[in-house]
Design a binder for this molecule. Structure first.
Ligand SMILES: [Zn+2]
Length: 690
């Protein structure tokens, strides 16, 4: 339940949507499985049954590729969104459940890893014990908050909460120094909000104002569950909303945060103290266990100026209320059922439109993965991942890198000087496939059977200590930012590497028995997507060694911006539920990566099949199957609430536009399906960056 310091890693999709970084995992869900809900379902690669043959590929390619699937796979009641990604996530979850159930039996002969993950999972599943403990499980935390006597003591109290995974006021952690990315420095960043975005506190549009109106009621009910009277809790809820609204005013907007220069301000500790003198920074840093340091990144200094004012303006009791709220909010998933359902009613139902809480085992599998990911991940990899998957993926990465290299060399708009720099950066991209070479050592973490919340707090404290120890030390590029079963991938601009966890190297992304065309449209385009992130509007600002550095000539940078604006304008026209527009600037990096990724996947497929006459399969040529492979990984149904929320916070476009928004720009697509000029899937002024 720990919140991570936001870095600038570019993931393939934002899977879990949480309000603050640490609301409960999004309802993720079982599609009805008539045979056995525990048995991993197989997920097909390319599926002709998912097509809608009554649709015309040149009119609406997404409908053609996914219409059948969309019709047959409504959003299950315990989810807000359901797509083919999620089918695979479901399958991985079932595998993890098998592992966890077999190691959670209290057998004294279990090895240390099985003991930890087994006891963690068993404690999480043990609802009877959780009910019996009731609010007492939170008492030590709440008592410490109650004991705060002066505002000066707030800083150390906040640090103690941060150490055990409770959020509040701001965030603190280790982060590669943007201008010396081989070394970790300390960094503080904005935080302390419980709604998904600053706009929910500040804007009048109904989609924000409606949520804001319901929020205090939720805070009040949670505080009543802690034992406060309705009158007191009602007043406290207003206090929480007031404090968070004041903090939101100083927070930097999501789109502006995409420019790394906006979130990099390295200052001395004295300068931080001058910025926010109301915080006892020495007490805060000492209590977090951070080693001595003299400089740090203050991501967005104005936030700390603003927070300092709020700190002065609100009384001690108000701040204690704010901390109590964050404590109960962040602990909700492992508290008694009344807390879990109230938390779901607001963060699940109201915010995302999910109708039912996910079964407990799924929530506990997710929590184990989140908190002990590299212990559970070892078992997952042993059970599922062969060396063959790794080798074939490595070969595809090489093919995609070759295609991107050629693409850069042939770009008509870039001068040779910048091309040379781009090629140097591309050659320096490292790739990681499957799982870490060296697993995290959890031996100092104590997991106690029957203490679900305590286990979670200790696991957070373990991660916090690991994070603090990084400050001032070299960055380890072999460390992973995702756990092995994760169905996702990422590019890390500060390490200049691409990462593909074992969880995604399966159908529908990659299938051993499938033809190259479909695999290139799936995992191939995903690899291309991650590579392109090194050269999107954000990634292009980092050099081959991960440092924030401008390697572009002014002319080439101008040409890039012109082309990127075409993409931004295109996607800003797209709408989701209730006519809400996508934000083309928020989604620019992802859309650029989708466009570049599929283009180089198409080039790589042609290279691979050069000189061969590959016959059609299921009635489709290889070129068509490439696009169908891409189209089908994005088949996705979603509630209106979720679509509106994501339009505000998710840097990724919804499935429909990840497909149609890309193919309209590709002459390769027009050729493959013989689309006439003027067809809806043929954009008159096609956008192209890479
Ligand atoms: Zn991405």
């Amino acid at each position: 339940m720990r919140f991570r310091l936001a870095a600038v890693a570019c993931v393939l999709l934002l899977a879990a949507l949480s309000a603050s970084a640490q609301t409960p995992p999004t309802p993720a869900p079982l599609p009805p499985d008539p045979t056995d809900a525990n048995k991993p379902r197989s997920v097909p690669g390319f599926d002709p049954g998912a097509l809608d043959r009554s649709a015309q590929p040149c009119n609406d390619f997404y409908q053609f590729a996914c219409g059948g699937w969309l019709r047959n796979n409504p959003v299950p009641p315990d989810r807000a969104r359901y797509g083919r990604f999620d089918e695979l996530t479901e399958r991985n979850q079932a595998t993890l459940r098998d592992i966890l159930e077999s190691v959670s039996k209290p057998d004294p002969k279990r090895n240390p890893i099985d003991l930890k993950i087994g006891d963690y999972y068993a404690s999480c599943m043990d609802e009877a014990t959780i009910e019996k403990k009731g609010v007492a499980a939170l008492k030590p935390q709440l008592d410490r908050i109650a004991a705060i006597k002066t505002k000066a003591e707030l800083a150390a109290a906040l640090a103690r909460l941060h150490n055990t995974g409770v959020s509040g006021l701001f965030r603190f952690g280790a982060q590669p120094d943007f201008k010396n990315a081989k070394v970790y420095i300390a960094a503080v960043d904005q935080g302390g909000l419980s709604l998904p975005d600053r706009d929910y506190y500040l804007k009048d549009e109904a989609r924000f104002a409606d949520v804001r109106k319901l929020y205090p009621g939720h805070v009040q009910r949670m505080l009543e569950l802690l034992g406060d009277t309705p009158e007191t809790a009602g007043r406290e809820a207003q206090t929480v909303l007031d404090i968070e609204t004041a903090l939101a005013k100083g927070a930097l907007e999501r789109v502006k945060r995409r420019d790394p220069a906006n979130i990099y301000h390295k200052v001395s500790r004295q300068e931080l103290a001058a910025l926010a003198p109301g915080v006892d920074w020495n007490a805060y840093f000492t209590t977090t266990g951070a080693p001595a340091f003299s400089e740090l990144n203050v991501a967005w200094p104005d936030f700390f100026k603003g927070a300092n004012e709020v700190l002065g303006a609100k009384g001690l009791e108000d701040w204690k209320t704010y901390l109590r709220w964050h404590t109960v909010h962040d602990s909700a998933p492992l508290l008694p059922a009344a807390f879990v359902s109230e938390n779901f009613a607001f963060y699940g139902k109201t915010l995302t439109g999910a109708k039912e809480l996910r079964p407990r085992w799924k929530r506990c599998v997710d929590l184990t993965d989140e908190q002990l990911g590299e212990a559970l991940g070892q078992r997952y990899v042993e059970k599922t991942f062969g060396t063959e998957g790794k080798e074939r993926t490595a070969r595809m990465v090489a093919a995609l890198e070759g295609a991107l290299q050629r693409d850069i060399k042939d770009l008509p708009w870039m001068t040779d000087t910048t091309k040379q720099q781009a090629l140097t950066k591309l050659a320096a991209i490292a790739n990681k496939i499957g799982y870490p070479e060296k697993w995290r050592d959890y031996s100092t973490l104590s997991i106690v059977r029957g203490d679900a919340l305590g286990n979670s707090e200790r696991a957070d404290a373990f991660e916090q200590a690991r994070d603090m120890a990084k400050i001032g030390t070299p960055v380890d590029p072999k460390e992973w930012g995702m756990t092995p079963p994760t169905v996702n991938a990422y590019y890390n601009p500060l390490e200049n590497n691409i990462n593909f966890p074992a969880g995604i190297l399966q159908p529908p992304f990659f299938e051993r028995t499938m033809d190259d065309a479909v695999n290139f449209g799936g995992i191939g385009a995903v690899i291309g997507h991650e590579l392109t992130h090194g050269f999107d509007d954000q990634g292009r600002k980092f050099g081959p060694d991960g440092n924030l550095a401008d390697w572009w000539t002014e002319q080439d940078a101008g040409e890039f911006e012109k082309r990127a604006s075409c993409i931004a304008d295109e996607y800003s026209e797209f709408t989701v539920a209730g006519g809400v527009h996508l934000n083309g600037r928020l989604t620019l990096g992802e859309n650029t990566a989708d466009n570049g990724g599929l283009r180089i996947a198409s080039m790589a497929l042609k290279d691979t099949q050069k000189g061969q006459a590959v016959p059609p399969r299921d009635g489709f040529t290889p070129a068509q199957r490439l696009f169908l492979g891409w189209g089908q990984i994005w088949c996705q149904n979603e509630t209106d609430e979720s679509a509106k929320l994501r339009a505000q916070v998710d840097p990724h476009s919804p499935g429909r536009y990840r497909v149609n928004g890309v193919v309209v720009n590709m002459p390769e697509f027009q050729d493959a399906f013989s689309c006439p000029k003027g067809a809806p899937m043929v954009k008159e002024n096609a956008c192209r960056v890479w």
